[in-house]
Design a protein around this ligand. Structure first.
Ligand code: ATP
Ligand code: MG
Length: 489
């Protein structure tokens, strides 16, 4: 029995579908809309990428469609793949002939031959991705659902259409896709399918890093990214694709003293951050904030477990992780490094008395990323001890108030030095040398420590005193701050 087609007929009212159908009729080719687009209709997720599969030449249908749409339609033909794409307004329509695939052991690139619709549906990864709707006039709107994809959409289930061991071994990227869809859509992975991922986990090694990171980034962008990492862990994929994260797992106990499980803690921090921001790089910073804990872990008989400098060691580990995983080696990476390196600072501040000078230094080091850093640190409080959490929350509030006060007063964020290197060179008649740097940092430190305000005149007077103490003679004093003319003139 056909399910109630009113569910999707609304979507098919878009004139593009009847146009494609009539072109296919004229060519005598059966033609279907298939895959992710159909799935997303039922999930009420907006999508612009339409996949069309036809028995016969997809290029032929695309070429005719593009001609009939005329101005505003752009055709691209990929002869080698036997596919073609038409871009029209905000739509991207992909055409392909129905295909049958056979795989070899060492590659996810199959040998492809022409096939039936059913062959084409068999090669799809999941039942929910194998739904097809006919566009030919006679059967317009008929749903072809050989594997119960609609019912799996209803029970929120990810399941392969055929034997999952074959599906995953043929193209191991599908294992990542299963976990990504489960995380993205809040679906569960059917038991047999899940067990097959575990059995085939090692096959992931034939997949390129670029493809893996694409899926990981989709997991990272999901509402609750921990779901993906827990599944990756459960299926034994985590240690293969992300050994550094895998190494956070576990608790060691000595003299009855244990430490927290840093894997579960990290996932909690990640979810906390994800609940407050879509910024994927801040989410990456959350995932990586404690990444150096396993290698910095020590046991001290007096104080128990320590992870000294795990923030700085973590900051140093990030470029190699990013390089290996094919994440971008640009300012995004620098941002993640900066947050990981600084992530202990607000906590230490909040534990101690919050001095103006420490707040100023924090503002100076974090610059415009101060808000993101505070968010990360607040997310990092995962203790179950309510009193402790409340104390931290109050102290963070105090840090935030101070940050605001001091920023308004001293404008430390993105501070430009009140006296530039060029001015220092001119005043003391110095060539570019380390002495110039020493004078510059003395001024910066004096401002950050609250010895002088962030103002030019105060900085100038401070600099003169500093230079005097080091016997550096002033050659060209600034006239605006000088009461009497320089000696000797
Ligand atoms: P998204 O667009 O959110 O990444 P999608 O399922 O639409 O998800 P696409 O890459 O757009 O993914 O692929 C469209 C369709 O092609 C899928 O729905 C599925 O039917 C099929 N497909 C894509 N990748 C694979 C694969 N690795 N193995 C089998 N079928 C696949
Ligand atoms: Mg898609």
């Amino acid at each position: 029995m056909q399910p109630d087609s009113s569910l999707w007929s609304e979507h098919l009212k878009h004139p593009i579908f009847s146009l494609i159908g009539s072109i296919a009729d004229q060519a005598g080719q059966p033609c279907y809309v298939i895959g992710g687009y159909v799935r997303d209709i039922f999930l009420k997720r907006p999508s612009k990428d339409i996949d069309i599969v036809t028995l016969g030449s997809g290029i032929n249908l695309a070429t005719t469609l593009s001609k009939q749409l005329g101005k505003g339609a752009y055709l691209s033909v990929f002869k080698n793949f036997g596919t073609a794409q038409v871009k029209y307004r905000n739509l991207e329509i992909e055409f392909v002939g129905a295909r049958k695939e056979s795989y070899s052991r060492d590659s996810r690139k199959p040998v492809v031959e022409n096939g039936t619709l059913s062959d084409d549906q068999n090669r799809r990864d999941f039942t929910i991705n194998a739904l097809a709707i006919c566009l030919n006039k006679e059967h317009f709107g008929e749903l072809i659902d050989p594997f119960g994809g609609l019912s799996d959409l209803g029970n929120k289930t990810i399941r392969t259409p055929l034997n999952p061991d074959i599906t995953f071994s043929d193209d191991p990227l599908r294992m990542m896709r299963a976990i990504r869809f489960s995380t993205q859509l809040g679906f569960h992975i059917e038991e047999n399918t899940l067990n097959a991922i575990t059995r085939n986990a090692e096959r992931i090694n034939i997949i390129s890093k670029e493809r893996i990171i694409d899926e990981l980034n989709k997991i990272m962008a999901s509402e609750k990214p921990s779901t993906g990492y827990l599944l990756l862990n459960k299926c034994q994929l985590l240690k293969l694709i992300f050994p550094e994260l895998d190494a956070l797992k576990g608790v060691e106990t000595k003299d009855g003293k244990g430490h927290k499980d840093n894997f579960f803690h990290t996932l909690q921090v990640l979810d906390n951050v994800a609940a407050r921001t879509d910024n994927i790089w801040l989410r990456w910073a959350a995932l990586l904030h404690d990444i150096a804990k396993p290698i910095t872990k020590r046991y001290d008989e007096k104080i128990g477990w320590t992870f000294h400098n795990h923030n700085f060691v973590g900051e140093k580990m990030i470029p190699s992780i990013f390089r290996k995983m094919k994440l971008p080696l640009n300012e995004k990476m620098k941002y993640v490094q900066k947050l990981v390196g600084l992530h202990m600072r607000p906590i230490i501040l909040a534990e101690d008395t919050v001095t103006d000078s420490a707040v100023r230094r924090l503002l100076f080091d974090a610059g415009d990323d101060i808000e993101d850093l505070m968010l990360l640190c607040e997310a990092d409080i995962t203790s179950k001890n309510r009193e402790k959490v409340a104390r931290f929350r109050d102290n963070f509030q105090l840090v935030r108030t101070k940050l605001k006060e001091i920023e308004e007063k001293d404008r430390i964020r993105n501070m430009q030095p009140p006296i530039s290197g060029e001015e220092i060179m001119a005043i003391f008649n110095l060539p570019p040398c380390s002495q110039v740097g020493t004078i510059k940092s003395a001024i910066k430190d004096a401002i950050l420590d609250g010895i002088i305000p962030n103002e030019k005149e105060a900085a100038y007077q401070f600099m003169l005193d500093f230079a005097r103490s080091r016997q550096i003679p002033v050659v060209n004093p600034l006239p605006e701050y000088t009461d009497s003319p320089p000696k000797g003139s």
